[in-house]
Design a protein around this ligand. Structure first.
Ligand SMILES: Nc1nc2c(ncn2[C@@H]2O[C@H](COP(=O)(O)OP(=O)(O)OP(=O)(O)O)[C@@H](O)[C@H]2O)c(=O)[nH]1
Ligand SMILES: Nc1nc2c(ncn2[C@@H]2O[C@H](COP(=O)(O)OP(=O)(O)OP(=O)(O)O)[C@@H](O)[C@H]2O)c(=O)[nH]1
Length: 433
């Protein structure tokens, strides 16, 4: 079992900064505006050969100011219940408040290894303000600066001394599935339905999911990592800084995954922003499964064919993309779509032998040759798949620059028809021979 370390503390004490320092890359959003870490964020660390999972909890607050606060509190308690070690982070620049006592009371009730971590020690006056935390009665106390790294190595040495060596995290090569789509299409609800837990914050306010979260999914014989992402917004709607980072992160999640489940709201249809996201996934050479979600609202099987045909026309020639009409409420086709996404990762790695490819594709091209251009006869001599992460095919011809887009689409359609590249973008390239 992977050990879990949670960072907790009131808003703005530096949880995200510490998380980023330990993880070693900018995964959590850091901003001087308080309350920005809206959900738990997972990351995996390796310190002196010992691996553990680190959780950045949301900005815990005991005053319910807005709709998120109550939900964040639930996340916080859920994270604590899952943890082996709790890092209670405090900022001595400010006075101890009721909320700090509240947190310390809650965590001391749990039978966990607790560290009092006094942050922002790089600020000179803070060095003289650490004594005030004695009253919490937490013996393991460390003074650090998350911003410049002072004391963090000692803290990590002590944290890993709690754990056995040889703790393994996720198996390598486990398929990574990104859950993407515009805000409010039902990404978090889908994950909650899959995990059967209130793990992500779900409200009917768009833009709730502000950060990406990775979750291991292992059920019904399926094993994959689900990546929940911030909704990808239209550019003109990106007003706040943090929304910008969320969009960047969503794009990064696509880049960090093998396959994306692109969620569409069945009420609004496959519109321009969905097409943009589709193109981002395609241009990054990742697999795609389309989920036409909230189908419980229509629940009309007669509409399925026309809906599907409309989408396939838009995405042609890459139109052998699996499309599911789903509902998180009724659970319709949810498991099927995840199973398909996992299956598709194998298509990404599919390699066709050159001899087989030529044997099947060349006769089709000889029967349907490229039209001659200015009296020049265009011939395709042979083809092969190159050794790349995603499927790419090179066709050797006497006029590589004169090949028409429609002929390229014809070739792609035939490759898709003869071989199983379902859900995977393929590239067709032409070279002189
Ligand atoms: N001087 C100093 N500033 C720090 C340190 N750690 C964090 N900060 C600053 O404190 C502010 C809040 O940091 P965050 O990491 O966003 O805090 P958080 O606890 O995750 O905040 P919430 O998301 O509101 O819960 C930012 O302006 C950081 O740059 C530190 O060690 N020293
Ligand atoms: N009818 C119906 N409503 C759904 C379904 N899934 C989600 N919803 C509702 O749609 C709204 C948005 O759901 P979320 O899961 O928060 O959507 P999201 O895509 O994570 O939203 P952002 O955080 O804004 O990106 C909520 O009111 C959900 O209850 C579904 O299958 N059917």
């Amino acid at each position: 079992m992977t050990k879990i370390v949670s960072i907790v503390g009131r808003p703005n004490v530096g949880k995200s900064t510490l998380f980023n320092r330990i993880i070693g890359y900018k995964k959590s959003i850091v901003n001087s505006k308080s309350g920005i870490t809206r959900d738990r964020n997972y990351g995996f660390c390796n310190w002196n050969g010992i691996e553990f999972c680190l959780i950045d909890t949301g900005g815990y607050t005991n005053e319910s100011k807005n709709i998120f606060d109550k939900k964040i509190c639930e996340q916080f308690l859920f994270a604590l219940a899952e943890s082996d070690v709790i890092l209670f982070l405090v900022d001595p620049s400010n006075d101890i408040l009721g909320i700090d006592y509240d947190i310390s009371k809650r965590i001391r009730k749990l039978k966990k290894s607790i560290y009092l971590v006094i942050n922002k020690i790089d600020i000179y006056k803070n060095i003289y303000n650490t004594y005030k935390y004695c009253k919490f009665g937490i013996t393991k106390t460390y003074c650090i600066s998350s911003i410049n790294g002072t004391g963090t190595e000692k803290l990590l040495d002590s944290i890993v001394s709690n754990f056995d060596k040889n703790i393994k995290i996720y198996k390598k090569n486990i398929p990574r599935i990104a859950i993407v789509g515009r805000p409010n299409v039902g990404k978090s609800t889908l994950i909650n339905t899959l995990l059967n837990k209130n793990k992500n914050i779900v409200t009917n306010i768009s833009g709730t999911t502000r950060d990406s979260i990775d979750v291991l999914y292992s059920k019904f014989g399926i094993e994959c990592i689900l990546v929940d992402t911030a909704g990808i917004r239209k550019k003109k709607n990106i007003k706040e800084d943090i929304e910008f980072y969320s969009v960047m992160r969503a794009i990064k999640s696509i880049q960090n995954s093998d396959v994306s489940l692109l969620i569409i709201d069945s009420k609004s249809g496959f519109e321009s922003q969905d097409i943009n996201i589709f193109k981002i996934i395609e241009n990054n050479n990742k697999g795609i499964v389309l989920l036409i979600n909230k189908w419980d609202i229509f629940n009309n099987n007669y509409l399925i064919n026309s809906y599907e045909n409309k989408i396939k026309k838009i995405i042609a020639p890459f139109n052998d993309v699996p499309i599911f009409f789903t509902s998180s409420f009724t659970k319709k086709d949810i498991i099927k779509s995840i199973k398909t996404a996992v299956k598709i990762t194998f298509n990404l790695r599919l390699r066709i032998k050159t001899s087989l490819l030529n044997k099947i594709i060349l006769p089709i091209l000889n029967k349907n040759p490229h039209p001659s251009i200015n009296g020049k006869l265009i011939t395709i001599k042979y083809c092969s798949q190159i050794q790349t992460y995603n499927p790419q095919f090179i066709f050797f011809t006497n006029y590589p620059n004169n090949i028409k887009e429609s002929y390229k689409r014809f070739i792609e359609n035939n490759i898709r028809e003869k071989f199983n590249f379902t859900g995977i973008p393929i590239k067709i390239l032409f070279r002189l021979k």
